[in-house]
Design a protein around this ligand. Structure first.
Ligand code: PEP
Ligand code: MN
Length: 335
């Protein structure tokens, strides 16, 4: 339920209303916009008498929210969420690119790629330390050592780091990680999502391989319900009948998500296409459609990458892409 307040409401009456609502076992989420203040109510609102609320002096209107996601809902929080991490802003008109290898492979590799993507204009460094691989015999990532090397690359370049968590028990290792990624395969690991809801880290939540947009938003809701509102949603391609690409990039999720939620929307054209030469056109398309950011795999030597070399850009191809994006950005669709 949302309660729209009249302009310049009497603060004492607002406090009384909030106290009364909390007394009804409801959480009250205040969203103060430039023109209107909105109270989002979370909990069982079935016993709330809408007419009684509407009759209050300070109340303009009351509406029930049909969607099962509340904190993530734009009706609760009309203004775009802006996520700030290590001096980088994402959302609300702020655009940022995270780039780096699929996996951290060595100190030389991650520091080299970090320096190159930074020089091209990346604002965050990505790199997998814990890798979710289809085969148990494939490279599983450098794990704890991989996080240590990412922190070293961060120290050298100043780039905040994004890396994936696969298991709740690893959370202490992520203490100095700037953005925690929840991979597609863990989008519905609800215990993991709940635990991340109790951290103060920005979360990059990837859409599951076969998940709907509403399921993605419900997973964001799990994190937000715990108190962590710094969630970025990432479209990384979904499973369809098409086999020419690794996945099918659902770019229409950008306008759909923009209308449903205030959270930033990040596009991953690397995992979505699975083919390096398809990454630049789809990255440009995502920018044109108004994405808040991109996450792109870049490797210094793609043919010899431990993981996902076929979809990794060379540092030079990445540099050319960023130049194109910078030219395109002023014409990107604005919501
Ligand atoms: C990754 O970012 O390297 C990754 C494994 O992504 P996804 O979870 O989207 O497959
Ligand atoms: Mn990858």
């Amino acid at each position: 339920m949302v309660v729209l307040l009249k302009k310049n409401p009497d603060p004492n009456q607002v406090d009384n209303l909030v106290a009364w609502l909390r007394g009804q076992n409801l959480q009250v989420h205040m969203s103060e916009g430039t023109t209107q203040t909105i109270m989002g109510l979370i909990g069982d609102t079935t016993s709330i008498d809408i007419d009684l609320l509407k009759a209050l002096d300070i109340v303009e209107d009351v509406k029930r929210i049909q969607e099962p996601y509340k904190n993530a809902n734009r009706k609760f929080h009309p203004a775009d969420t802006v996520i700030e991490v290590g001096g980088v802003k994402i959302g609300g008109g702020n655009f940022a690119i995270a780039a780096g290898p699929c996996s951290v492979e060595s100190e030389e590799q991650i520091c080299l790629v970090a320096g190159l993507v930074k020089a091209s204009g990346a604002k965050l460094l990505r790199g997998g330390a814990f890798k979710p691989r289809t085969s148990p015999y494939a490279f599983q990532g450098m794990r704890e050592e991989g996080i240590r090397l990412l922190l070293e690359a961060k120290e050298k370049t100043g780039l905040p780091i994004v890396t994936e968590i696969m298991d709740l028990s690893h959370l202490p290792l992520f203490e100095n990680v700037d953005v925690i990624q929840v991979g597609a395969r863990n989008m519905q690991n609800f215990e993991l999502l709940k635990a991340l809801g109790h951290t103060d880290k920005p979360i990059l939540l990837k859409r599951g391989l076969s998940s709907t947009i509403q399921e993605l938003l419900m997973s964001a809701e799990y994190i937000m319900a715990g108190g962590n509102e710094r969630v970025m949603l990432c479209e990384r391609g979904i499973r369809t009948f098409e086999t020419a690409t690794r996945n099918t990039l659902d770019l229409s999720c950008i306008p759909v998500l923009k209308s449903l939620t205030h959270l930033p929307v990040i596009i991953d054209p690397s995992h979505a296409t699975g083919v390096a030469k398809l990454v630049p056109p789809m990255a440009m398309a995502a920018v044109a459609a108004g994405a808040d950011g991109l996450i792109i795999e870049v490797h210094n030597d793609p043919p010899h990458a431990a993981c996902d070399g076929q979809q990794s850009l060379t540092p030079q191809a990445f540099d050319e892409l960023v130049q194109g994006i910078e030219k395109l950005r002023p014409y990107a669709y604005r919501y």
